[in-house]
Design a protein around this ligand. Structure first.
Ligand code: GLN
Length: 194
């Protein structure tokens, strides 16, 4: 099984290391045609507007087809790219996960933080809910969830959804590649194997 990490910009290398640690074969994806040779894809954090520019229309269309066919995991900017609806400002989404997501939703003060959230029991995690360290960097907020979307992790007393799954697509508004905990990446690899 070969997992691609989109390597146009952003923190793709931390994902590569984590996935390799978990035993996956990883390739860095720099050209749309490389998507044909992988079994799953991670879209890292970075700046989602910049991703759109770098992808161009052709890359965006190719990626849109990919996310319909094969497992994809987006973190932060990657989660924004996977959404159906993006706010602040409005921009195109790949539509793989039926969520409305707001970019840079925590404001300047809370720009970046490490918080303890909950990894829920879900289709990707048989264990009872348990704490999970979450690194947020200029994070977006998931404002609305479609009926097909499953919440796999929450944060805060309001239990805001911060990681979700729809079919073979997964998204997290935080950066699991920057914490020691490997469970989120393991869940994605399990999804790639099903
Ligand atoms: N603020 C970025 C965006 O809107 C996401 C930040 C990140 O990926 N760490 O695309």
């Amino acid at each position: 099984m070969t997992i691609g990490v989109l390597a146009l910009q952003g923190d793709f290398d931390a994902h590569r290391r984590r996935l390799e640690e978990l035993g996956a074969k990883v390739v860095l994806i720099k050209k749309p045609e490389q998507l044909d040779a992988i079994d799953g894809l991670v879209i890292p954090g970075g700046e989602s507007g910049t991703f759109l520019k770098l992808l161009g229309e052709e890359g965006f269309e190719k990626l849109k087809q990919f996310v319909r066919l094969k497992p994809t995991f987006g973190t932060c900017a990657g989660a924004i790219l996977l959404a159906t609806e993006v706010e602040n400002p409005k921009q195109a989404g790949l539509g793989a996960i039926d969520i409305r997501i707001r970019r840079n939703a925590y404001g300047r003060q809370l720009d970046s933080s490490i918080r303890e959230g909950q990894l829920l029991q879900s289709s990707l995690n048989a264990d009872p809910g348990s704490p999970l360290e979450m690194v947020f960097i200029r994070a977006p907020k998931i404002e609305q969830l479609g009926a097909q979307v499953e919440v796999i992790a929450t944060e805060g007393k309001d239990k805001l959804p911060v990681a979700v799954r729809q079919g073979s697509a997964m998204a997290a508004t935080f950066h699991p590649e920057l914490s020691e905990d490997t469970r989120i990446h393991q869940a994605f690899l399990d999804l790639c194997r099903t």
